[in-house]
Design a protein around this ligand. Sequence first.
Ligand code: AMP
Ligand code: MG
Length: 506
Amino acid sequence: MFPGKPSGRDRPSSLLAMIRLGFDNSYRRLPERFHAVQRPARVVAPRLLAFNRPLAEELGLDPLAVEPVAAELFSGNALATDADPIALAYAGHQFGHFVPSLGDGRALLLGEVVDREGRRRDVQLKGSGPTPFSRRGDGRAALGPVLREYVVSEAMHALGIPTTRSLAAVSTGEVVHRETPQPGAVLTRIASSHLRVGTFQYFAARGDVEGLSLLLEYALRRHDPGLASAERPALAFLGAVSARQAALVARWLCVGFVHGVMNTDNTAISGETLDYGPCAFLDGYHPGRKFSSIDHGGRYAFANQPSIARWNLARLAEALLPLIDSDDDRAIAAAVEVLEGFPAVFEREWQGGLRAKIGLSSGEEGDPALVAGLLAAMQASEADWTLVFRRLADAADEGGDEVALRSLFARPDGIDAWLRGWRARLARDARSPRERANAMRRANPLFVPRNHRVEQALRAAASGDLRPFETLCEVLGRPFDEQPAHAEFAEPPRPEEVVRETFCGT
Ligand code: AMP
Ligand code: MG
């Protein structure tokens, strides 16, 4: 039940008494009402399951010093001397309903490091025990969701999509009770910050304008230093967050990603993908596709994601109103004007992404209609999102044919008609077939974390075999490269393997 590497890797915490990770804890220095000071709970038998050495190096941590004690450090059993753990306060709209007090109920910010590039990054434990924000939760995380976040967040990074990262996964040797008993685990998550739309809502809901103002100053320092001198910094900040969210969601759609729980507490103001609960990747394309077992109405379905992001930004705008203008009506008018910029940014990013996916190096007026035609043909056959674009690259190549592409369509007549229009359009795009096909292979991944592969890896891990998880991580680290030895990871699920529903497992 409890997987892990041999215990020889784990050292007693006495060896750790002096380890420093170079933390500088700026969020801890904000007033008390921003957080709760809390130590991680001890766990019985920590075992290191995964450690992201390249990321550790990027963060400026010394892997040689950290790795031997990683199980202790990243379970929370041992604290670096410069760690100062806090649970962050935030609120949030969950499925449209406002909850004024959420906060880190099972996570702790250990501290912040300034990485090799000079960027400030949060180091957070998730699953580290109860906090004052736990409500009825146990403060713990189960192995499956921890490994899921690890593999999917790292895959998103390899796909070039802004995301939180995963530094380590540790099993605890304890049982957590969900629908069934599960092995417990702790994830170490790295983020450019854990500020969310819900963090602003927390102070707004309390009428704490001073808190809001301190939060805005902090957020600007951390994410948008150039905007601090803007005429109306709150408004400029809203515009910047809006543009990042619009670009992020466009990137999600391009790879067929369904976040699954786009609540405002899971909407990072950094523009990073945050919280991989019930997320999934499209196999067959349908715009209404949703996976999460708790998303009954399909609020967070694939094609709803842009409008939900916009809705979430409207909640951010509401929270910021007192900082935008002392006159309510003027504040609202100014915020509305900024939010009206969202569709244009989204469309630019989405259409730009789609153009690259079908091999166009520049835009023409008719291109949106051309891509819409492809999506319609794909939808009619529920053709595989990832493979269609990859086979289209093959079809674009010198001497390439359309056989493999057509085989993805239950109704090839639709795609045949579309291909004629596409070829005519390519004739007006000045690139050689080889150049175009190669560019398309850099825009269209061959390997994404297919739901059935993720489930298989997690099932094996729960019964003690980490190899499928490790192989999956390795394959997804190079999503655009042909990897003949792992060709099966590019294949869609067989009918009996299809994952129809995902669970957040909290
Ligand atoms: P999530 O679904 O992970 O975005 O979490 C939503 C809220 O529920 C956050 O405030 C979490 O801290 C809290 N939460 C989720 N799972 C637990 C748990 N097992 N124990 C305590 N709080 C939790
Ligand atoms: Mg969350």
